[in-house]
Design a protein around this ligand. Structure first.
Ligand code: PLP
Length: 655
């Protein structure tokens, strides 16, 4: 399917005093987009899988094209070319670091499928390069079952098995070894080693064995407890030593070939990584000294994603580049091995987030907005409470006074007066002394004062601390057609920042500030923290909604963890997922479409048998017709409606 890129050419004229560069600067697209995203002359967001402007995809054009194919927002759009680009970048970074350090071992990138287990994503990783360059990591039995089947006919593909393992998991690994897979179980608990020895003997195979070690070096980032002495994963060094002795006694020390640690996800500060890698390299060296024929040093995941583009050690960012990460890993390992005069191992890294995050974009439409403050006009001060001055209740008179005397010099004082008067209004209303009209006037006056006060703040060199929250309080709420819990769970659960911006109208100045509310009935279902180079923004700059026109926003870098962690709050299911690729002749094409969950599917997840729901409703309709509460045609209309909704998208769709 070729794109109709003429649409992109229908550019609006730029709004006065506003340029596309202003839009780029405002949303920091170049900082966090790493060249994968841009803004074109039409004011639309573009996707540049190859990081070049000559081959870019107009995202708004894609959304329009999908709409014409009856695929409506919310949409999760995956750009497979970006995934491939990230895999290449990772390989190139390690190749460069190995050249710099005269490294004689190899590097294999192992994709941890937990980060995004979707079959097309895993297949894309596998198809991309030689099996020796890209392995797969699994962390559970179901992940192992998927990977065992996916790697059929690929004996070279390295499979690393992490996670806690029971007898069945280990038996499956041993059998997979027998099947010819290059599979390495990584021992996380001493008991796993006993199970491994048992099954290896039973099936007469010599598995390659790895151990995960608990390092003294603390992990880094939000998941720093994945490493360190008190980590729930891995063996202490005494347990490793006991394991070596056990393998020796069982005549299986020749099977021990890998050592692993995972220093935590989203490492934002590179200093933490250095210590962990150096310690791990020494453990590797010691295992060599103890006689294990070691081959692999697995540095785990953790390579960060600069979600806000600030290049700092803020937790949604990272203070190092991919090249620096690779260089640090290779240099530390090479130094230890050179010092100990042992061969350089094959380095494995299990970077998940850094590989998968960039490929996916969540596009959603705005359904409407609300605001506490009128955007256009000051409140009419008599507000229907016509009467002599003395009849106006005191707190309302105080609010009128504060409104009139508000100047830049008296800003904080007038604001305090207004807060006090507003509180009195609320109190008197609750005591039954004020009418609804009076309370309404009091509130409108208060918001008008806040709005003017915020306007006056803009020309001050510094915003007074007392007034800092006004921006959020005054912002609008944009209601968006998606579920935070389903599509951006980390935003809700751990305050993860994702870059969000409009995907069109960027040639005009966004004149509104908003927080985003999703369509779940949960007050936590909102996004009110947005990326900023220096800080975290409490509001997002958005355009005024226009009647009859869709307004689309998108959250970027959502390809890692969000899909699997997402839940069914309010029974909002998976969104439509579309795989888009660059077309050889220019434009884009749809590689694969997976329609989002229907209501019937999600009801099934919570034990409703959808096949029994419709007959139940039909019976009820028949009874209503008999009792004369409904006509036959009304009952049929309801039945048809119910049936079509059961088979429909769980999100709001255009009529
Ligand atoms: N390896 C292991 C053992 C993990 O637990 C994880 C994630 O937590 C990863 C790799 C992937 O980490 P990341 O996505 O931060 O690269």
């Amino acid at each position: 399917m070729r794109a109709m890129s003429e649409r992109a050419a229908n550019s609006n004229a730029l709004s006065p005093g506003w340029s596309l560069d202003d839009a780029r600067e405002l949303y920091q697209i170049e900082a966090w987009g790493r060249g994968f995203f841009g803004i074109n002359e039409a004011g639309h967001v573009t996707v540049r899988p190859g990081c070049t402007v000559d081959r870019e995809i107009d995202l708004f054009d894609v959304v329009q094209g999908l709409r014409e194919r009856d695929l409506h927002a919310p949409l999760l759009i995956r750009f497979s070319d970006i995934l491939v680009a990230r895999l290449k970048e990772l390989q190139a970074a390690f190749a460069g670091a190995m050249r710099e350090n005269d490294y004689t071992g190899r590097y294999t990138a192992v994709y941890p499928i937990k980060v995004n287990q979707q079959r097309p994503v895993v297949e894309e990783v596998m198809q991309h390069g030689p099996a020796t360059d890209f392995g797969l990591e699994v962390g559970s039995k179901p992940e192992l079952l998927a990977v065992m089947a996916l790697t059929a006919g690929e004996p070279e593909r390295l499979i690393i098995c992490n996670g806690f393992k029971d007898d069945g998991y280990i038996e499956a690994v041993v059998l997979a070894t027998k099947l010819g897979r290059r599979i390495i179980p990584v021992v996380e608990k001493p008991s796993e080693l006993h199970l491994l020895i048992k099954h290896a003997k039973r099936y007469e195979v010599r598995p390659i064995i790895g151990v995960r070690v608990k390092l003294a070096a603390q992990g880094a980032g939000r998941w720093r407890e994945s490493a360190g002495m008190r980590s729930k994963f891995g063996l202490t060094l005494s347990e490793v030593l006991a394991g070596v002795r056990l393998l020796e006694a069982e005549d299986m020390l020749d099977c021990l070939k890998l050592v692993h640690c995972h220093p935590g996800s989203q490492i934002h500060d590179i200093r933490r990584l250095k210590d962990a890698i150096a310690e791990l390299a020494h453990v590797y060296g010691e295992l060599v000294r103890l006689g294990a024929p070691m081959e692999y040093l697995d540095v785990g995941g953790g390579l960060g994603v600069d979600y806000d583009g600030s290049q700092t050690n803020f937790r949604s960012s990272m203070n190092y580049s991919l090249a620096e990460y690779a260089s640090e890993v290779v240099y530390r390992i090479a130094s230890v091995c050179n010092e100990r005069e042992i061969a350089h191992p094959t380095i494995l890294s299990e970077s998940g987030r850094a590989i998968a995050a960039y490929q996916s974009v969540l596009v959603f439409n705005v359904l409407g907005s609300t605001s506490l403050v009128s955007n256009d006009e000051e409140p009419s001060l008599n507000g229907g409470t016509a009467g002599a001055d003395e009849e106006i209740p005191q707190p309302i008179r105080d609010l009128m006074g504060a409104h009139e005397s508000l100047t830049q010099r008296r800003l904080v004082e007038c604001y305090h007066d207004a807060v006090q008067a507003r509180d009195q209004v609320l109190h008197l209303f609750s005591m039954g002394y004020l009418s609804l009209e009076e309370r309404s006037l009091g509130e409108r006056l208060f918001w008008a004062i806040c709005k003017r006060a915020w306007g006056l703040c803009q020309s001050l060199p510094e915003i007074p601390e007392e007034l800092e929250d006004l921006e959020t309080i005054l912002s609008e709420i944009y209601f968006c057609n998606f579920s935070v819990f389903q599509s951006l769970p980390d935003s809700w659960a751990i305050g993860q920042l994702f870059p969000i911006l409009p995907i069109h109208r960027l040639d005009t100045r966004p004149t509104r500030k908003a927080v985003l509310a999703d369509i779940t009935c949960d007050s936590d279902g909102k996004v009110d923290r947005f990326v900023d180079q220096r800080d975290v923004n409490r509001t997002l700059d958005v355009h005024q909604l226009e009647a009859g026109q869709e307004y689309y926003l998108a959250a970027f870098l959502v390809g890692a963890y969000q899909e699997t962690l997402g839940d069914l709050h309010n029974l909002f299911g998976d969104t439509h997922v579309v795989h888009i690729s660059l077309h050889d002749e220019g434009g884009w094409w749809i590689e694969e479409t997976v329609r989002g969950d229907t209501a019937k599917t999600v009801l099934g997840y919570v034990q409703y048998d959808a096949d029994r729901l419709l007959p139940k409703l039909t019976r009820d309709c028949e009874q209503a017709v008999r009792a004369g509460r409904m006509t036959l045609s009304e009952s049929q209309a309801l039945r048809r409606f119910y049936e079509s909704e059961l088979n429909g998208y769980t999100y709001l769709e255009p009529d």
